[in-house]
Ligand binder design. Structure first.
Ligand SMILES: *Cc1c(COP(=O)(O)O)cnc(C)c1O
Length: 399
């Protein structure tokens, strides 16, 4: 007997609401924040530098610079790489709006290339047909934590002399083949937003192997001042600074870095927890009306940021939005990653885009659903998510 969904008047799987995408914070972060406040150095200072250096070592890149968000990191990377008004930057429409907004804020035009339906990443075989004389950069997104085909992207970049800036907001732990994400393209941007694999509440980082690019980013991130400005008031004595660029206010603070230092220490442990939950979900949902994606670790190591299900609507009686509503009524929080950017009014109107231009992104847009996934979940939470998903998808299964 199929049990009745709460949306149809039945009893929900859970009594209390399970929030989607919670952080996993312990007393270590709390104590570090208190220590920072007591030290009275709460802005950009020694802890930001320490965190930046530890993150750099973790990634294995030559250089790193901390920012107050990944959006800021992307914006600075584009400017440092010389992207200017009139330039075109190739990216994916299946991403968070920040990716494309950063291109707009650099004065350039985002050129969307459709995704591969089984990896949900940019289809590398469709990049070259979108390259024009104005193309200056490729901005791939390692979607949900799955590494893009970087061999092909680097090959195209070399052939057309393009900069590669990677959006690794989902992909801190990821490897492409045996190379860590953050060591491949010219610049790679990471996010420490609340819902990401590790958090500093708000925060970001750029890594790369080109000293000149990272130096530009460092100067641009703090008003365009030429000195390590946080040292101005240190015991080394007052130092003058010169403004060499019209920079931004994109610096990380020591309060944020206090979170980061401890979140980074737990990154492997939390990743192992997510791997376990991922496997349990995969096994529990194997027979449900879902469209299969490529194996996560086909081309390296998937960072497992989001657990995404692609609904096989041909085998379901209701649409995706109804399933979202039904799971919410079971007290399970849900997300959609993402409504493809070509469907949002701003990009649709600006670039005159149609659904037919991006058949795969359009297809996924209508079918994708994300369920609670992260090291914050208890065994009981995981069990509830599994029961709710099975209950809902079984109830609305056609035939
Ligand atoms: C979260 C996210 C960003 C923006 O990160 P912030 O740190 O919030 O600025 C950029 N790109 C993608 C794909 C994201 O998911």
């Amino acid at each position: 007997m199929k049990s009745k969904p709460a949306i149809e008047g039945g009893k929900p799987v859970r009594d209390s609401f399970l929030v989607f995408g919670q952080p996993d914070i312990s007393d270590d972060e709390l104590n570090e924040v208190i220590d920072t406040i007591r030290s009275k150095w709460i802005g950009t200072g020694p802890k930001t530098h320490k965190f930046q250096e530890e993150f750099r070592k973790y990634i294995g890149a030559k250089y790193a610079h901390a920012t107050n968000s990944c959006t800021a990191a992307l914006h600075l990377s584009l400017i440092a790489a010389g992207i200017k008004p009139g330039d075109e930057v190739i990216t994916t429409p299946m991403t968070f709006c920040a990716t494309a907004n950063a291109i707009i804020h650099a004065g350039a035009t985002p050129i969307f290339v459709d995704i591969d339906k089984t990896t949900l990443n940019i289809d590398v075989n469709k990049i070259e047909e979108k390259i024009t004389k104005k193309t200056k950069a490729i901005l791939p997104v390692h979607f949900a934590g799955r590494p893009c085909n970087m061999d092909k992207i680097q090959e195209i970049a070399k052939k057309y002399n393009l900069v590669v800036i990677e959006d690794a907001a989902h992909a801190i732990e990821a490897y492409y083949k045996n190379k860590k994400i953050g060591t491949i393209g010219d610049l790679t941007c990471f996010s420490f937003y609340v819902t990401k694999n590790m958090t500093t509440v708000e925060g970001g980082m750029v890594t790369g192997n080109n000293e000149e690019l990272i130096n530009k980013i460092r100067i641009l991130s703090l008003h365009g001042m030429d000195k390590d400005a946080w040292k101005r008031y240190s015991d080394e004595g007052y130092k003058h600074y010169m403004v060499v660029e019209a920079g931004f206010k994109y610096n990380m603070t020591d309060i944020q870095a206090s979170f980061g230092l401890h979140q980074l220490k737990k990154i492997n442990e939390n990743f192992e927890k997510r791997k376990k939950i991922w496997k349990m979900y995969d096994e529990a949902f194997a027979d449900l009306p879902l469209i299969k994606l490529a194996n996560p670790d086909d081309s390296g190591l998937h960072a497992r940021h989001l657990y995404i299900m692609i609904l096989d609507l041909g085998r379901l009686k209701v649409n995706r939005d109804y399933i979202l509503e039904a799971l919410t009524k079971e007290n399970i929080g849900v997300g959609v990653h993402y409504i493809s950017l070509h469907k949002h009014p701003y990009y649709k109107n600006l670039l005159n885009l149609k659904d037919d231009d991006f058949p795969n992104s359009s297809f996924i847009s209508d079918r994708t659903i994300s369920i609670p996934f992260g090291s914050y979940l208890s065994d009981r939470d995981v069990e509830d998510v599994i029961n709710a998903v099975r209950k809902i998808l079984t109830f609305y299964w056609e035939g």
